[in-house]
Design a protein around this ligand. Sequence first.
Ligand SMILES: Nc1ncnc2c1ncn2[C@@H]1O[C@H](COP(=O)(O)OP(=O)(O)O)[C@@H](O)[C@H]1O
Ligand SMILES: [Mg+2]
Length: 228
Amino acid sequence: MPIISFANPKGGAGKTTSALLLANVLASKGAGVTIVDADPEKWISGWANLSDNIKKIEIRSDVTEDSIVDIIEDAARKTQFVIVDLEGTASLMVANAIGMSDLVLIPTQGASMDARGAAKTIKLIKNQARLARREIPHSVVFTRTSAAVASRSLKNVRSQLEDASIPVLKTSIVERAAYRDLLDFGGLLENLPSKDVSNLEKAIKNASEFTRDILELLEISSKKGRAA
Ligand SMILES: Nc1ncnc2c1ncn2[C@@H]1O[C@H](COP(=O)(O)OP(=O)(O)O)[C@@H](O)[C@H]1O
Ligand SMILES: [Mg+2]
């Protein structure tokens, strides 16, 4: 069931990479996952075509503005998790996916401190929540952060966002060669050749922690939903 969308109008923010990491970890744990590839650039579909060994990850590439609602609904009926990789614009397709989501993640490049895309996405989420007359849980996730230093500027941005009541995911996604290799070579993180990919273990650990945070958020919001 849960529908998790990745949105930020800024290209290169890390939407596709984060969506793919989440799908990887869930599939490695044995969960059924559909990725709805709602980006006309079709990076995820390209990744899927590189390898036969992507376990239980199903890809929907046939997405249009007219079909996205049906496709997400259909996928949510059939698989345990639906992950939606959105395009880098604020289109009707993006608005529809956000409106249907149980959780919207907003990948934001930590180091660049460019939070404008994130702010736009949060505005869109709030508008969709008003239209739907429900909360739409969401969280910023810092991406491409440095493995070597927990920079002071990143800590500052985190605390500024938290002061503005904007939730930020505990785990940031570190800049790792393994994550680039994943899109280039295809298959799952766990199947990358560890002798050729530096710090693969650390990359897998980071992706697992990121996934654990997301599962925790979904748990919290479903409990709130049941209590309401
Ligand atoms: N954490 C990361 N580590 C290494 N490379 C990354 C990371 N996140 C993104 N990239 C690279 O940056 C580029 C843009 O990332 P992508 O996930 O496609 O962003 P978006 O989907 O928001 O446009 C891609 O080439 C991707 O491989
Ligand atoms: Mg993308």
